[in-house]
Structures are given as structure tokens and as C-alpha cells.
Design a protein around this ligand. Structure first.
Ligand SMILES: CC(C)(COP(=O)(O)OP(=O)(O)OC[C@H]1O[C@@H](n2cnc3c(N)ncnc32)[C@H](O)[C@@H]1OP(=O)(O)O)[C@@H](O)C(=O)NCCC(=O)NCCS
Length: 234
């Protein structure tokens, strides 16, 4: 089995070959990045591209042509069907499923088994840093925004805004999370703060945007509880 090793600058293990468990099934046309670990019984199909520093858990499935950025974690038995695209640092919980067929059928109306050419695959896109909880289902076509967090068992049927905290079936937004994944606390009119990092965010028309720390410090964007200068650049 020959695996081409693309160079990914973002790897925290640059130059290290991937670790592939003996029982993993990696197609010869798949690409696996530096330092990526692929555990037992995982399957990576043809033309899939896995970035550097990723972890593919036991029994996970990566469909043909699926693209993962660097430092993604795909937990045990997660199933990612093509043409999904995951940007850098995406977390996919155990047994999560990314679908690719809105109205699935095994056979045509003539009773013949359908082939790949008999339907149009649609994909799930997950932006940088977002997390998908255990056994969640993302129903393509759908985009999960950057740093969003989808709860365990949720069923995502619509696009998810950046930083949204989504729960339930169908998934609905119950709050916002920061880059650390912790729910944000309201600190004033349309303003939120991460209790973990101190980062502040502003909500406008259903969109959450990080407030640059410099802007908070100099008063360009007034916060009800602006960080003291010593912490504003953390
Ligand atoms: C969504 C989540 C982040 C919320 O955590 P939290 O802020 O501590 O949640 P709380 O217990 O305060 O619950 C907030 C509300 O959301 C509901 N809720 C929490 N998790 C939920 C879930 N998975 N599905 C549906 N509703 C959920 C709670 O019932 C509560 O509702 P209420 O306000 O009507 O009582 C967490 O429950 C979760 O699902 N995390 C993902 C875990 C996971 O899959 N990890 C993967 C690695 S194993």
C-alpha cells in the first residue's frame, strides 16, 4: 500500500509519517497528511484527502473525495459521506453521520439497483473549529458555521451560523459558543463574553462577530464590561 504524504505547514508534527493501524482500510488513491493517526477498522475511500495532524477513530468512514483540513478529530464510528468538506480543526463526535442523499432509494422505479450515477450527491460543509456532537446527524446539503457546536443527538436540517450552539431535532439555536466551545455569557446589549478566554462578541441580525481586542481596548466598540487593558490582548 503506497500512501502519498502531502506536506501541510499547519501540522504540529511536520514531517512525521501518518500512523495507520494494520486493520485500517486506506484506498491507494487517498491522501493522508503528516502525523495523522488512523485507527483500527477505519476506512478512507478513494480520492479522499485527509490533512495533517488529524485523528480518524476506530470504525470511522471517510467517503470518496471527502476533504478534511488539518488537525480534525473524527471519533469512533462517525460516518462522513461524500462530498463532505471539513475545514481545519473540526471535531466530529462518535457515531455522527453526514448524509449525502436527500431522497434516498436503493432501486429505480424499474426495480434496478441504483448506481452512483443515478443520483446527485449533496454534501455537508463544516467550517473551521466547529464541533459535531455524538450521534448527531447533519442532513446535506448544509453548512455548519465556524466554531459552532452541535449537541449530541441533534439533527441539523438547516445552515448553522458561526458560533451557534444547536440542540434538538430539528436542531435549533439555544445560544452562542466561543472558540473554546464554552457557552458565551451576555454582558450587555447584543454583547457576549467567553468565560474561558475573555473574548467578546457582538450579535447583529443573527450573526455573531468577534470584537477585536484592540477595538474593545480603545473604545471603538463600547462594551458594557470591557476587559481591562491587561487582559484585553489575551
Ligand atoms: C449541547 C451541550 C453543549 C449543552 O451543554 P450545557 O450548556 O451544559 O447544557 P445544559 O445542561 O445547561 O442544557 C441547556 C438546555 O439544553 C438542553 N440540552 C442539552 N443538551 C442537549 C442535547 N444534546 N439535546 C437536546 N437538548 C439538550 C437541556 O435539556 C437544557 O434545556 P432546558 O433549558 O430546556 O432545560 C451538551 O449537552 C452537549 O450535547 N455536548 C456535546 C457532547 C458530545 O457529543 N461530545 C462528543 C464527545 S463524546
Amino acid at each position: 500500500m503506497t500512501i502519498p504524504f502531502p506536506v501541510h505547514e499547519a501540522s504540529d508534527r511536520p514531517g512525521r509519517p501518518p500512523h495507520i493501524a494494520d486493520s485500517a482500510d486506506i484506498d491507494g488513491l487517498a491522501r493522508i497528511g503528516d502525523g495523522t493517526q488512523v485507527w483500527h477498522l477505519a476506512q478512507v475511500r478513494e480520492h479522499a484527502q485527509i490533512g495533517a495532524g488529524c485523528i480518524l477513530g476506530r470504525g470511522s468512514y471517510i467517503g470518496p473525495g471527502v476533504v478534511l483540513g488539518d488537525n480534525c478529530k473524527v471519533q469512533n464510528f462517525a460516518q462522513i459521506y461524500e462530498p463532505a468538506v471539513l475545514e481545519n480543526g473540526v471535531f466530529v463526535g462518535p457515531a455522527a453521520v453526514f448524509t449525502n442523499d436527500v431522497f434516498p432509494r436503493a432501486i429505480t422505479v424499474d426495480g434496478k439497483r441504483k448506481n452512483a450515477d443515478d443520483w446527485d450527491a449533496v454534501g455537508v460543509t463544516v467550517r473551521t473549529g466547529a464541533s459535531i456532537g455524538a450521534r448527531a446527524v447533519c442532513i446535506a446539503p448544509v453548512t455548519i458555521g465556524a466554531w459552532a457546536l452541535v449537541a449530541a443527538g441533534a439533527v441539523v436540517t438547516q445552515d448553522v451560523p458561526d458560533h451557534a450552539l444547536m440542540v434538538g431535532v430539528p436542531a435549533r439555536r439555544i445560544g452562542w459558543v466561543g472558540r473554546a466551545g464554552v457557552p458565551l455569557e451576555p454582558i450587555g446589549d447584543d454583547l457576549f463574553r467567553c468565560p474561558s478566554t475573555g473574548e467578546e462578541y457582538r450579535e447583529h441580525n443573527g450573526v455573531l462577530t468577534a470584537i477585536p481586542s484592540q477595538a474593545v481596548r480603545t473604545g471603538h466598540l463600547r462594551s458594557a464590561h470591557a476587559l481591562p487593558p491587561s487582559r484585553a490582548d489575551e
